[in-house]
Write a protein that binds this ligand. Structure first.
Ligand SMILES: Cc1cc2nc3c(=O)[nH]c(=O)nc-3n(C[C@H](O)[C@H](O)[C@H](O)COP(=O)(O)O)c2cc1C
Length: 220
């Protein structure tokens, strides 16, 4: 499966099979997480087989089943654009995980440091977690806002790379499926902005990653 196919096939999955992540797959995931941490300065961690810990995150969400593995998106509070960075690198991992036959769901729940099994260095915080495992289902495609609400450009005349980016951006997960972003074509460059609000910076990083990987362009 290519990353573009992963963008198409990824949907949030909240019910997982009661089987552990295969050791070689977990190894691949850990290597990817290390590479992302190296590049970003973040401290993402894969926690596996922690039913009790995950209970804390999901206490308020009845829909989850067998969610015992997760990636904790951790970073130092002083990092510039911490939320956006977590979204960007988190989505990179989510899409790679999809190609490995895994399913995911972003979870912005509350947490208890003590029970979570996550190690935090001084000054660090958990921004979000991503549940991960073998889904009982593949999830369903989310409803998207009309393109006119999300894009400021004439798609009839826009270049192919921009259209490919928009298509992938609209398939990106956002908190509560809020899609509070706007993609603008300015000359030969794409810009993605958000008006703000809860979790919109995390969403922005996620959406930018999808756009970049599908368009082959860097976004401001
Ligand atoms: C930052 C973020 C936080 C999220 N938090 C939760 C959550 O706490 N509980 C939950 O069930 N889904 C959560 N989601 C999943 C969204 O509801 C989901 O991505 C959105 O409805 C779009 O659906 P899709 O992921 O299937 O495309 C979150 C998604 C994002 C991006």
């Amino acid at each position: 499966m290519t990353i573009l196919e992963a963008i198409d096939q990824r949907h949030s999955v909240r019910q997982y099979k009661d089987i552990p992540i295969a050791p070689e797959t977990a190894e691949k995931l850990r290597a990817l997480i290390s590479a992302c941490n190296e590049e970003s300065g973040l401290n993402f961690q894969l926690i596996t087989n922690e039913p009790q810990a995950f209970d804390v995150f999901l206490a308020h969400y009845g829909k989850f089943k067998n969610a015992v593995n997760y990636i904790a998106l951790v970073g130092n509070k002083t990092i510039a654009d911490l939320d956006e960075k977590c979204g960007y690198f988190g989505e990179r991992i989510v899409l790679e995980a999809q190609t490995m036959g895994l399913n995911t769901c972003w979870v912005a729940g509350t947490y208890s440091k003590k029970k979570s099994g996550i190690s935090l260095n001084a000054g660090e915080k958990i921004v979000c977690v991503i549940a991960i495992g073998y889904g009982e289902n593949s999830g369903v495609e989310h409803k998207s806002k009309p393109t006119e609400k999300l894009v400021r450009a004439d798609l009839n005349t826009a270049p192919d790379w921009f259209k490919a980016g928009v298509d992938a951006a609209l398939k990106a997960p956002t908190a509560l499926n809020q899609q509070k972003f706007v993609i603008t074509l300015e000359g030969d460059e794409a810009k993605i902005t958000t008006k703000g609000g809860a979790m919109t910076k995390l969403d922005l990083g996620i959406v930018k990653y999808n756009f970049e990987v599908a368009s082959g362009r860097t976004v401001n």
